[in-house]
Design a protein around this ligand. Structure first.
Ligand code: PML
Ligand code: MG
Length: 242
């Protein structure tokens, strides 16, 4: 079967508003375009002035399937506690954990993620404002469900982070949503996606993603994997969990 990558990105006056994507069979392409276009209009950051949709046929042989990360929750009552959890998870992996956390909270409106070398703390993306935009990823079952629902931020983040973590050169990911009212973030590391509630105060525009990368990694190959290579993630269904 031929699958299509359907991608949406929306902006207003050059400011990134929203981005989302699916991998779907031909008969789902038109409804998926409509859903993603509507999503750009409904975003809490404001109605997008410009929305771009891309539909691209994928080579079925090139699609990789990877397992989803295991999900855990670190119960944090406030952002100070969340900072302690983040630092405890990242400090064993890099001497630059403090700078990584500070820079991720300081970032605004990035279309993509930061790529940070664990050994040197250096940023590895050629265009720092854009970052690396993870793309060509969806959940396995999203290709056969009858209705692709609206935004389920936690599920989409699990799918994205499972693709990222499946690359051997990625040691960890830190994510703070840039949606002002979405205050649950996460750290992905060693096969686990640790959800972190109250990672930032309600209304804060702070937020970005950072991928911590093994020193000496082939950065060009990693970019290609993250941005272009199609991956379907096996996310356990609700029934499997019962
Ligand atoms: C985003 O806004 O794209 C990031 C969402 C993070 C979701 C974290 C969670 O709820 O598990
Ligand atoms: Mg966002």
């Amino acid at each position: 079967m031929t699958y299509f990558s359907v991608r949406m990105r929306a902006s207003s006056n050059g400011r990134h508003i929203s981005g989302a994507e699916r991998i779907v069979p031909a008969e789902r392409v038109s409804v998926t375009c409509a859903q993603l276009a509507q999503r750009a209009l409904d975003h809490p950051k404001g109605v997008a002035a410009e929305t771009h949709l891309t539909v691209e046929a994928l080579d079925p042989e090139a699609i990789r399937r990877v397992p989803a990360l295991a999900v855990e929750v670190a119960e944090c009552a406030h952002p100070g506690e969340a900072q302690q959890v983040i630092r405890a998870l990242l400090a064993p992996l890099t001497p630059h954990a403090d700078a990584l956390v500070r820079d991720t909270f300081a970032a605004r409106d990035m279309r993509g993620a930061m790529l940070v070398c664990a050994g040197t703390g250096a940023r590895l993306e050629p265009d720092r404002e854009r970052g690396v935009r993870v793309s060509h990823v969806d959940a396995v079952d999203a290709t056969c469900t009858t209705v692709a629902p609206g935004k389920d931020a936690a599920r989409e983040a699990l799918v994205l982070s499972s693709k990222v973590a499946a690359h051997p050169d990625v040691l960890a990911e830190l994510c703070i949503s840039d949606d002002p009212d979405y205050t649950t973030g996460y750290v992905a590391h060693a096969g686990t996606y640790t959800r972190i509630p109250n990672i930032k105060p309600v209304g804060s525009p702070a937020g970005a993603r950072a991928f911590l990368v093994r020193e000496g990694a082939d950065t060009a190959a990693l970019f290609r994997y993250l941005e272009r290579e199609p991956v379907l993630v096996r996310v356990p269904s609700q029934e499997d969990a019962q």
